[in-house]
Design a protein around this ligand. Structure first.
Ligand code: ZN
Length: 475
């Protein structure tokens, strides 16, 4: 098959980015559509990326002192109504079990959309004294939020995530942890997903239902739209009061704890696809790529070629790399296209002449260029190359994001900015009506507030700016 024929199976990334995304996730076998509308099946190639994300994050959580636990899928309906804002926020998306065991249930059960309520309930049982604090737990699980319009990884009715929940004796400690986890996510996004993010506090309108403050990290996708890629929430005493999370302090007085939570989901897979992908398909960051190096034998039937490929594979595995030899019957050209589309960071081509010369031909997926490396010390050479690829991916994405942050002083400028695929930085007076006006006029939302207020005037009403906000169209 000719190369351009193969590429033409994927929609043009610049002409039709949504179709490009759909083509890529389906054709590279990351996901498929399940029998229930809006519910995806994660296939092995996609799940392997998730396992790598999990491992990297889990290591970080444990190093920070967080323990894993598992809480139930089903939550009594009455729990959901205990925190007023929480129930209001989640009611439209909740799936409810009314029958089980052939009979109608006395109390309907909610399929968890998130677990603040049930974890609050359990922590209320476990926390008695200041000695029990802080209590910091995390669970890896699925959640369900019934969605009207869905897209694989980005918005599906069932998805996988981690949710961390902690109780502290003081609000100050819980707030500090909320920011610490945001920084942990930011570091993870940079070093593992090679993805630059903007972090900051969310506006009241955009915060989590029931939180005092929500912080988010936003990443810029290929089309200039924003993808919320992780959030952390400071709850104050809202959930502690609703669920009786009380402890006896050092002073002997019974008091409510302060809680916080944080989560990232399989959405991150969508984020890295739309951050790094190009016309040929996926470009996977080396730290999460299921296959980091694919070895394609050239003239595989010639004596010694397959043996040399397998020997190289063993050597690279010893160096800690995830390696595959593609010894299928397809032609080398077909294999090149296939693995390029699947985003494998490095391809090694090994034929009789290479073996004779002690060399290998190496193709870098991030820049689509070939070079030659010596076969001696291949493990060390390729580890270094993968590190270089990670850095290049990050810097390329960071450059794009920096170039595409523009300032606006009027609504017209803001509209022009988001129309051009930019994040727009603008002043805001803090009032909800002005935030709503931006949405109505430019179909853009406040993604996060900047750390400092550097703008003079509200982009809508012209009153003094209270927060400088990054506005963008978002997934
Ligand atoms: Zn205003």
């Amino acid at each position: 098959m000719a190369k351009d024929q193969f590429v033409s199976q994927i929609a043009d990334i610049d002409a039709d980015f949504p179709q490009w995304y759909t083509d890529v996730v389906i054709k590279t076998k990351l996901v498929d559509y399940g029998p229930v509308k809006g519910i995806m099946v994660i296939r092995p190639y996609g799940y392997a990326i998730w396992e790598n994300i999990q491992r990297e994050l889990d290591t970080r959580f444990k190093a920070a002192g967080v323990e894993n636990a598992y809480f139930p899928l089903l939550i009594p309906m009455s729990f959901m109504t205990k925190e007023a804002e929480h129930v209001e926020g989640f009611a439209p998306e909740v799936a409810v079990v009314t029958h089980a065991g052939g009979a109608k249930l006395e109390e309907p059960l909610v399929v968890r959309p998130t677990s603040e309520t049930i974890i609050g309930h359990m922590m209320g049982k476990w926390v008695e004294s200041w000695r029990d604090l802080p209590l910091r737990q995390n669970q890896w699980c699925n959640v369900m939020r019934w969605e009207k319009t869905t897209r694989p990884f980005l918005r599906t009715s069932e998805f996988l995530w981690q949710e961390g929940h902690s109780v502290y004796a003081t609000g100050e400690e819980a707030e500090t942890e909320t920011l610490n986890m945001l920084h942990l996510y930011e570091e993870f996004a940079k070093n593992v997903l090679c993805m630059p993010v903007l972090t900051g506090r969310k506006t009241e309108k955009e915060k989590f239902a029931g939180a005092v403050a929500t912080y988010g990290m936003e990443a810029m996708m290929h089309d200039g739209k924003s993808l919320q890629s992780g959030t952390t929430h400071y709850m104050g005493q809202n959930f502690a009061k609703a669920f009786g999370v009380q402890f006896t302090g050092k002073d002997g007085v019974l008091q409510y704890g302060y809680t916080m939570s944080y989560g990232v989901s399989t959405r991150l897979i969508g984020a890295l696809i739309m951050t790094h992908g190009d016309a040929r398909g996926l470009i996977l960051p080396p730290p999460v790529a299921p296959v980091q190096v694919v070895i394609v034998p050239i003239a595989a039937k010639k004596e010694g070629v397959l043996e040399a490929c397998n020997a190289l594979k063993e050597e690279l595995k010893k160096a800690g790399l995830r390696v595959k030899v593609d010894d299928s019957e397809n032609s080398p050209g077909w294999k090149f296209n296939e693995w390029e589309m699947k985003g494998v960071p490095v391809r090694v081509e090994l034929g009789p002449r290479d073996i004779e010369n002690g060399k290998m031909t190496v193709f870098r997926r991030d820049i689509c260029e070939k070079s030659e490396l010596g076969l001696a010390d291949a493990g060390k050479e390729l580890c270094a190359l993968l590190g270089e690829i990670s850095e290049n991916l990050y810097h390329k994405a960071e450059k794009r994001m920096k170039e595409r942050i523009v300032d606006a002083e009027t609504l017209e400028e803001l509209l022009k900015g988001v129309d051009g695929g930019n994040f727009v930085r603008a002043g805001w007076c803090g009032c909800r009506a002005c935030e709503d006006k931006v949405k109505e006029f430019a179909q853009a939302t406040a993604r996060v507030m900047d750390k400092e207020n550097t703008a003079e005037k509200c982009v809508v009403c012209g009153k003094p700016s209270v927060h400088t906000v990054f506005f963008a169209r978002a997934y």
